[in-house]
Design a protein around this ligand. Structure first.
Ligand code: GBH
Length: 453
């Protein structure tokens, strides 16, 4: 029977960059090998009570030794790009000073093997594993400078083969979760003024990092940030609610992505911070606002928001309810619209040349079936819905260029240890055996068609 109507076009733009993502401390293991220095996460995960089940990243997925296996998984998927991070303390065990050649050798091996497999490395300079030797960590402004020196050094070494760098991953996480909430390394609960100072050092590290990467990398190297801006979805798709969502997005990310994109702290933030506002030195804001080649977003959870004339801000965010649908992690509320509205807000507010999704994915109940496989239909449901919304953004002309699925494989999920699995490949941590889940087969087919399946 002939179709009654034209089917919805489900395709993605030609040359859309399909990939997967991981991060050094979550997969590498080998924490005492080849001169790697200790990090804040080594200390934190070895502190009793900090990580579920007492798990640590000591072994993780053992990718330090098994990176070739990982690349074989990627090759089988047909991905074009891989987002990985560098362990700063493998290169500078003390955070600064004399570089460690063996650390550099490791990343040269990984990058060369990726290129050999036809996969484009996209490199994040800092995904939370801070060299422990840096005095005061992110509370010390010198750490921002040390980061820039390290990032510039690595850009000089890698930009003959790596063409896209992200400075830091998720400003809000390594600042607030580590220094205000205390659930990530270094596990502090500082007062508001100190928290704002840590946040300032975070964006400053990004900005000085951009400058250092540009100063040391080959011409044409792209530099950006991978951030998890809080995303606001208009409750109803009408101009007043859309405007409210855009304003909420800009306000709520004021000390992070908004500062990076605008090179200043906006008035609403300074007013609410009052005497606790960060101490800013001459030149800081210009560095923080260094122009970027792209913005990369990690997108998981939405906040719905409505226009509200009775609120001085003009909007009211709507709370998640206990019964709101979520995935296997309590924080992971289902909200595929975040995919579309995240891309659209960034595009409309700041008009970046390109947007990448540096992470999107989910934990799921990953019980092995009788054949030893994982039938993760929940994850497929989640990905299909989010990718539909990313597709909408691309189809409407927002400059969305690529997507990195979190994660290539199950790994060390920070404070949740190995208890939460985000991979599209199952990892048996006793044997290190990797097995594709149903979602990996689904993703492979999506990439093959360059269209939603
Ligand atoms: C990303 O963080 C990270 O970049 C990545 O390394 C990580 O593996 C992945 O997502 C999956 O989590 O316990 O309720 O206080 C996403 C942001 C930050 C969300 C930590 C969950 C804990 C919230 N995540 N947060 S809670």
């Amino acid at each position: 029977r002939a179709a009654a109507q034209t089917p919805l076009d489900q395709s993605f733009p030609k040359d859309f960059l399909w990939g997967t993502a991981t991060a050094a401390y979550q997969i590498e293991g080998a924490v005492n090998e080849d001169g790697r220095g200790q990090t804040n996460w080594d200390v934190f995960s070895h502190t009793p009570g900090k990580v579920a089940n007492g798990d640590t990243g000591d072994v993780a997925c053992d990718s330090y030794h098994r990176y070739k296996d990982d690349i074989a998984l990627m090759r089988n998927l047909g991905i074009k790009a891989y987002r990985m991070s560098l362990a700063w303390s493998r290169i500078f065990p003390e955070g600064r000073g004399k570089p460690n050649a063996k650390g550099l050798d490791y990343y040269n091996r990984v990058i060369d093997a990726l290129l050999e497999a036809g996969i484009q490395p996209n490199v994040t300079m800092f995904h939370w594993d801070l060299p422990q030797a840096l005095p005061g960590g992110w509370q010390n402004r010198d750490t921002a400078k040390a980061f820039a020196d390290y990032a510039g050094f690595m850009a000089g070494k890698l930009s003959d083969r790596v063409h896209r760098f992200m400075t830091v991953n998720e400003l809000r996480c390594f600042t607030d979760l580590g220094h205000m909430v205390g659930i990530h390394a270094p596990g502090l609960k500082l007062a508001p003024a100190q928290v704002n100072q840590v946040r300032h050092h975070g964006v400053l590290a990004h900005g000085l990092g951009v400058q250092a990467i540009r100063a040391n990398a080959k011409a044409g190297t792209e530099v950006g940030i991978a951030d998890n801006a809080n995303i606001y979805v208009p409750a109803i798709e009408t101009p007043e609610h859309i405007e409210a969502a855009k304003k909420a997005f800009r306000d709520d990310n004021a000390m992070f992505l908004t500062a990076v994109m605008e090179g200043r702290y906006i008035d609403s933030y300074l007013a609410s911070a009052g005497a606790n506002a960060p101490k800013v030195q001459a030149g800081d804001m210009a560095a923080i606002g260094s122009p970027l080649d792209f913005v990369a977003l990690n997108i998981y959870t939405p906040t719905f928001v409505k226009a509200d004339a009775s609120d001085p801000r003009g909007y009211t965010p709507l709370p998640h309810l206990p019964q709101s649908p979520r995935m296997a992690s309590p924080w992971l509320y289902v909200g595929p619209e975040a995919a579309y509205w995240g891309v659209r807000a960034v595009s409309e507010l700041w008009k970046p040349k390109a947007i990448y999704i540096s992470e999107n994915g989910t934990s799921a109940d990953d019980t092995l079936n009788k054949s030893g496989l994982v039938d993760d239909s929940d994850r497929i449901m989640y990905l299909r819905n989010y990718l539909g919304q990313f597709r909408r953004a691309a189809a409407e002309g927002y400059p969305l260029k690529g997507y990195f699925l979190w994660s290539l494989m199950d790994n060390f999920e920070w404070a949740d240890g190995y208890g939460k699995r985000f991979g599209i490949h199952h990892v048996d941590f006793a044997t290190q055996k990797r097995t594709p889940k149903l979602s990996a087969l689904w993703y492979k087919e999506l990439i093959r068609r360059n269209a939603l399946v």
